[in-house]
Design a protein around this ligand. Structure first.
Ligand code: CMP
Length: 140
């Protein structure tokens, strides 16, 4: 039996404002992910700073945290084999200027900051990021 893996995905404020949520959810299902947790919520800048603590001190940190608290987001717990790598492939490059055709960022992102979606980049960050938004008992 193949091992299932979990990752944390976020539909960011820019994509929610563009009403891209449904299209992005369709892409997630079409790519074979199971959605095992989903919330729409707004976070404040302190919560964004906690989530993105690994980027603290980088030149884009304050602006990123202000942006992430600028409106509703949708947080998703995704599951499939190779979920972390497959979700990153489906998102496309962080900078939409470099994103491949067919990726979510190519379609919906407008800049390196307003880049529509987020995904965990490794198993340890996925564990931290999933626990940030989903207590374990909430996941199906
Ligand atoms: P994300 O995958 O959520 O991880 C960190 C975020 O920081 C990234 O997407 C971008 O939205 C944002 N960001 C802004 N500027 C930069 C930059 N120069 N390099 C990397 N990430 C950036």
């Amino acid at each position: 039996m193949k091992t299932q893996q979990r990752t944390l995905a976020i539909i960011k404020p820019d994509a929610v404002k563009k009403n891209a949520t449904g299209d992005i959810l369709n892409s997630i299902y079409a790519a074979g992910f199971r959605i095992i947790g989903m919330h729409m919520l707004e976070i404040n800048t302190e919560q964004a700073q906690g989530f993105y603590a690994v980027h603290a001190g980088k030149p884009f940190f304050n602006s990123l945290c202000t942006f992430m608290s600028s409106g509703p987001i949708v947080v998703l717990a995704l599951e499939k084999e190779s979920a972390i790598a497959d979700w990153r492939k489906l998102m496309g490059a962080t900078n939409p200027a470099n994103a491949e055709a067919g990726t979510i960022r190519k379609k919906w992102a407008s800049s390196i900051e307003s880049n529509a979606v987020h995904g965990s980049d490794a198993e340890d960050t996925a564990r931290f990021e999933l626990s940030y938004f989903f207590p374990g008992y909430e996941l199906f």
